[in-house]
Design a protein around this ligand. Structure first.
Ligand SMILES: *Cc1c(COP(=O)(O)O)cnc(C)c1O
Length: 430
């Protein structure tokens, strides 16, 4: 499988292509990948890398999975896409049924969109329309916590961490939101009123302007890979109810088993008013996201002016994406994925804990199929990326964080190679 028909033109890539968060003037090297299967990415030169990233949380069942491939091929033969205005189709209805069944009972309405950021935009618009329709149009701002990440479009960006999200650069173009301290109670710690004091006082002071609190439940992902206590969410739900503010959970990174529960909210047993899913929804095959809402939220939005929810992407509920998402969710239901995540959690803990003894390591933490080694200072990306590739693994750190979130299908011996590579690379960086 290693020889592709057309060699990848790296010079053209270097002079014309923008990669995520990169300079085009002084680009870091990119590695040409020609195919991917199981837990492997195969480079053009034939090297096989064990994938530690699941392509940013998405490829929970690995690559080139026969069941997911077949779902796509079967759907391509019927139709790849039709508009969703005035039409509907089986893949959208089947997937919506699965999402409604899988998520908490009160989340009954499903809005499909094309990416996580758009699902967050949709959630924010729902919250604002909800209060406008409730006769409280002053409630249009968001409250969130620092160290969050919710996507790269403008409204999503406005609720990302103001420092890592470079809000100063976009001042004037970006809505100013309210920021409380990030949750300080660690996952296994109790959460005290002290931990909630800042967000509580913000709600108390500004609730007349706040439409919703938006937060990543349990795991703050791209904003710092921090894990916090489920009880924080229980108290946050109570505070939102008390101050008449909606609660939005962004489960785009955590959804579909990553933290050991189907959704991170299952650790806390509480239900938001609006919830976003994406990333692993299609098993990493297609770009698709969804925003779920309660009947109450939907009914109030649709009883206000103009009586409609104001959003409708061209590729809404794309049938190919819905078909593969549906197959991915069925696949998840067809085996004991919890046991797989428990096994990965144990392997990550065993393999990464020795990093604690290295002088450049500030913290090692593991939750579900997420393993994080936090360093004291940022890594030299170009150097460590090459070291990982030379060791036969694909790991892409950011800043001070070297982290793993392998596909659920990864076997023990591959995970050992992956964690050993992390240990060796971090040790060399001392
Ligand atoms: C990745 C991510 C997003 C944005 O999703 P995109 O598909 O990249 O637009 C939003 N929220 C969270 C928590 C994410 O991890």
């Amino acid at each position: 499988m290693s020889t592709s028909a057309h060699p990848i033109d790296l010079d053209f890539d270097r002079s014309h292509l923008w990669h995520p968060y990169t300079s085009v003037k002084n680009p870091l090297p990119v590695y040409p990948v020609c195919c991917a299967y199981d837990v492997f990415l195969e480079l053009e030169d034939g090297r096989k890398l064990i994938d530690g990233m699941s392509s940013w949380w998405a490829a929970i069942h690995g690559y080139n999975h026969p069941v997911l491939n077949e779902a796509m091929v079967a759907q391509i033969r019927r139709m790849s896409h039709v508009m969703f205005g005035g039409l509907t189709h089986e893949p959208a209805v089947t997937l919506a049924k699965q999402l409604v069944a899988l998520t908490p009972q009160s989340l009954q309405k499903v809005f499909f969109s094309d990416s996580g950021s758009v699902a967050v935009e949709v959630a924010i618009k729902m919250a604002i329309q909800f209060w406008a329709a409730s006769g409280k149009p002053s409630k249009k701002r968001l409250l969130t916590v620092r160290s969050g990440y919710h996507g790269d479009t403008f409204a999503a960006m406005s609720v990302c961490d103001p420092i890592t999200g470079m809000h100063s650069l976009f001042k004037g173009s970006i809505q100013e939101q309210f920021f409380a301290e990030a949750p300080s109670c660690l996952f296994h710690e109790p959460c005290t009123e002290e931990d909630l004091a800042d967000i509580h006082s913000m709600l108390e002071k500004h609730h007349m302007e706040i439409a919703a609190v938006i937060i990543e439940p349990i795991v703050q992902g791209a904003g710092g890979m921090r894990f916090y206590a489920p009880h924080y969410l229980v108290r946050l739900r109570e505070l939102c109810d008390c101050y008449d503010v909606l609660l939005i959970f962004d489960e785009i990174a955590t959804g579909f088993g990553r933290t050991g529960r189907m959704f991170a909210l299952d650790h806390a047993g509480i239900v938001p008013d609006i919830m976003c899913v994406g990333k692993a929804l299609t098993g990493g095959y297609m770009t698709l996201a969804a925003t779920l809402a309660t009947n109450k939220v939907a009914d109030i939005i649709c009883s206000g002016n103009p009586g409609l929810f104001m959003h409708g992407p061209t590729f809404m509920a794309n049938p190919l994406a819905c078909a593969v998402a549906s197959a991915n969710i069925s696949l998840l239901g067809s085996y004991d994925w919890q046991a797989s995540v428990v096994r990965l959690e144990a392997g990550l803990r065993k393999g990464l804990t020795p990093c604690r003894d290295l002088s450049n390591v500030a913290d090692v933490r593991v939750l579900g199929a997420i393993g994080v080694v936090e360093l004291h200072s940022p890594v030299d990306m170009a150097v460590v990326q090459k070291q990982f590739v030379d060791k036969g693994v694909w790991v892409r750190p950011f800043s001070r964080l070297v982290y793993l979130m392998p596909p659920f299908i990864m076997r023990g011996e591959e995970l050992e190679i992956l964690t050993a590579a992390v240990y060796d690379v971090v040790k060399d960086a001392q």
